[in-house]
Design a protein around this ligand. Structure first.
Ligand code: SF4
Length: 114
């Protein structure tokens, strides 16, 4: 009887901890899957990709190629059609940059009404 009770208690404890373990494993797996573009790679160098844009108002976050933004290691990263197997930093930039019309609308400066 005691064995049965302790078996049930152990089983319930184990089952109760599964969601916590699952969430931790999922977060770990997501982090492991995110591979950032190496600015030193040949393709990145060819496109003059940098992880921090020095061109005012132009960065990956407002580029038409940028999508599926998420947080990785405390930084915002996203997918880019130019680097399909990797992620780029939201504040990055490359020579292929083109303004995303949706981002342009958000940052559009409206003229004052006279
Ligand atoms: S094309 Fe260049 S600027 Fe645009 S998201 Fe990709 S890396 Fe960033």
């Amino acid at each position: 009887m005691n064995n049965r009770r302790s078996f049930l208690q152990n089983t319930m404890t184990t089952l109760a901890s599964l969601p916590v373990l699952g969430a931790a494993a999922l977060a770990y797996a997501k982090d492991a899957v995110v591979k950032l573009v190496d600015p030193k790679s040949a393709v990145a160098k060819g496109l003059k990709y940098v992880e921090a844009s020095t061109t005012k108002g132009k960065n990956c976050a407002n580029c038409i190629q940028y999508r599926e933004e998420m947080t990785h290691a405390g930084k915002k990263v996203g997918k880019c059609a130019i680097f399909p197997a990797q992620y780029v930093k939201s504040e990055g930039y490359c020579s292929v940059w083109a303004m995303n019309p949706k981002a342009a609308k958000k940052t559009e400066i409206k003229k004052p009404v006279k």
